[in-house]
Design a protein around this ligand. Structure first.
Ligand code: PSU
Ligand code: MN
Length: 300
């Protein structure tokens, strides 16, 4: 396993000295944002963690290795590469054998973080049940990963393009705890509230305590911590509903399916909001990194 998994120097040191570590996702860098914003954001996220006294470990696949933590030049390589595969759990083996560069989704990042015992992971928004899933069967593998991988994921709810109530039902079926950080209205990515309810929790300490207790009981599930976007950065739900509907219509018209759906919709929404959604996306990920750091420190 050592040969497949490669820790960055910083991450190695953090493990040796017992410094808290958080995992960061790479799909936002490669598929979520244009260059150079993607690189700037990736670096800003790492800085936020460092300033909080936590070591960031951006996870991706490169040169046949699972990289846990990237140095500056690797981060740049990921942000500028023209051919980066979107890697969910099922693509990990193939992309490693073919030595391609792969950006890990929430599912794959959770899996890789857990391999090296990183327990907290900050992302933007996780995948879930897509609108129209009753006929398309499009349900993200992220949900299955939550059911079987004991990693705490801090996310601004789930992606707003999804069927949120069905996603919440599915998480319940998969027996995944979903907790709203200081909110009982489930956050909808760009919007800090939605018509749906979530169980509220008020401190990072309590999140860590729940995780530890579940671990003692032998529960192997992950946890979804729904962290609302700061009010000053949000786009109200009623406004986003219309924009998302337009993006979904465009996806249908262009017959976008499978893995391409999420990146297509997010890009379309950036266009339709004239970049406003990208700003919101950046703000919410930063906010999630801050909370993930607090939780990681509580667990350390
Ligand atoms: N951010 C993006 N594009 C993406 C994703 C995030 O801008 O594609 C990824 C996330 O990594 C999330 C995944 O885990 O989308 C879900 O995709 P799917 O529905 O194909 O499982
Ligand atoms: Mn899908």
């Amino acid at each position: 396993m050592n040969k497949i998994v490669e820790l960055s120097e910083k991450v190695k040191t953090a493990f040796q000295t017992g410094k808290p570590i958080i995992a960061l996702e790479s799909t936002i860098i490669s598929h979520g944002m244009p260059y150079p914003e993607n690189l700037q954001v990736a670096q800003a996220l790492e800085n936020i963690a460092e300033e909080a006294g936590v070591t960031p470990a951006t996870i991706c696949l490169m040169n046949g290795k699972i990289k846990i933590g990237l140095n500056d030049s690797e981060l740049e390589q990921l942000a500028t590469a023209s051919q980066v595969e979107k890697v969910s759990r099922r693509e990990i083996g193939k992309v490693l054998v073919q030595s391609k560069t792969g950006a890990t989704t929430v599912a794959a990042t959770m899996f890789c973080a857990n391999l090296v015992n990183i327990k907290v992971f900050a992302t933007g928004g996780t995948g879930g049940v897509h609108q129209g899933a009753a006929t398309s069967f499009d349900i993200s593998a992220d949900l299955q990963e939550f059911a079987s991988t004991p990693v705490i994921v801090v996310s601004a709810g789930v992606k707003a393009i999804l069927d949120i109530p069905k996603t919440l039902e599915m998480l319940e079926t998969l027996r995944v705890p979903v907790l709203g950080y200081k909110t009982s209205s489930f956050p909808a990515f760009y919007s800090n509230n939605s018509p749906w309810q979530v169980e509220k929790i008020d401190s990072a300490a309590q999140i860590a305590e729940i995780y530890k207790l579940e671990h003692r009981l032998g529960l192997k599930n992950g946890m979804l911590i729904a962290n609302p976007i700061p009010a000053k950065d949000e786009i109200p739900f009623s406004k986003m509903e219309k924009i998302i509907a337009a993006a979904l219509k465009a996806a249908k018209k262009q017959k976008i399916t499978g893995q391409a759906v999420t990146p297509f919709l997010l890009k379309k929404i950036v266009e339709l909001t004239k970049g406003r959604s990208l700003q919101a996306n950046i703000a919410l990920v930063k906010n999630n990194v801050r909370l993930a750091c607090q939780i990681a420190k509580e667990l350390a």
